[in-house]
Design a binder for this molecule. Structure first.
Ligand code: ASP
Length: 293
């Protein structure tokens, strides 16, 4: 089939791992279902994986149901330091921000970063960049943020409310995007896996991956890049690769999950935590929103 011919699209979204069985996730499922319909229509209409992934993650940031964007929690100093990344498989372009303060959509800032030379901007440099590119500010953090987790947890507690999207568009491009407030009550300056290209976020010509969970373990296993390497060098299928990586995270003592899509439009959503807020759809009619098994 010529490359310009439309081929199947596929998308998966996540709103974080380790959902608590006693909590009611009806509002999360309602929002994810509506978002999945919207992004499916965009992909059906031929929109690019890059635009759709950015859009989906920005919507998940804005909804306030997850520990990202509006629903994020502050660090131990009461400051909202947020992380995000986006990666475009066909040319391996990537953009990321970490410890970003004062802007509503870290993923949109990450997309702007992707257009330049640096891959990752941190702290003040990231905020200056966001301001220079006219990204929407958070004028009053205490008025804007509505932490989706209200309890005061012990330092650096996994909240598992990161959000992400992996997309294969009709032209075959694969994109991954991730955004997070990180661990709850986190150490100031702490940066997790989400904005680290190859740990929490990765896309190449074979696969796109967005991780969630105890970020340090996903960094110590180079989780997202390991999935890609297992496919590229080990000839593994997507399912084999993601199961092996989640098992490696577990062997080190970490909990979490990931969403992934390969160049054939196969989707795999493994996790070793108690749940994974997730949604997936394909042009072949698959459409599913789930939190637990
Ligand atoms: N992986 C994220 C981090 O460690 C947290 C999460 O997924 O909820 O920053």
């Amino acid at each position: 089939m010529p490359e310009t011919e439309p081929v199947n699209w596929a998308i998966a979204l996540h709103g974080g791992a380790d959902a608590t069985p006693s909590r009611n996730y009806a509002h999360v499922k309602t929002h994810m279902t509506a978002l999945l319909k919207t992004v499916s229509a965009k992909l059906e209409a031929g929109e690019s994986a890059l635009d759709v992934a950015e859009f989906a993650v920005a919507e998940l940031e804005a909804c306030g149901h997850h520990i990202a964007g509006k629903g994020a929690s502050p660090n131990q100093n009461g400051v909202w330091e947020l992380d995000a990344a986006i990666m475009h498989g066909p040319d391996r372009k990537a953009g990321a921000v970490c410890a970003l303060v004062g802007f509503k959509s870290p993923v949109k800032v990450a997309r702007s970063v992707m257009a330049g030379i640096p891959v990752l901007l941190s702290g003040k440099g990231a905020a200056d960049f966001a301001a220079a590119h006219d990204h929407e500010r958070v004028p009053d953090p205490h008025a804007y943020y509505e932490p989706s987790v209200k309890e005061a947890p012990p330092p650096n507690t996994a909240g598992h409310g990161t959000v992400g999207a992996v997309v294969r568009d009709r032209h075959g491009a694969l994109v991954a995007a991730t955004s997070t407030g990180g661990l709850l009550n986190k150490t100031p300056g702490r940066v997790g896996d989400s904005p680290i290209i190859g740990s929490g976020t990765w896309a190449d010509e074979n696969t796109a991956i967005s991780c969630t969970g105890e970020g340090e373990y996903f960094m110590r296993t180079a989780a997202a890049a390991s999935v890609a390497a297992r496919i590229r060098y080990g000839g593994q299928t997507l399912e084999e690769a993601v199961e092996a990586v989640i098992s490696e995270v577990g062997t080190l003592g970490g909990k979490g999950g990931l969403i992934s899509v390969d160049r054939h439009g196969h989707i795999a959503l493994p996790y070793n935590s108690s749940g994974l807020k997730r949604a997936s759809a394909t042009s072949a009619g698959h459409f599913k929103v789930k939190v637990f098994d």
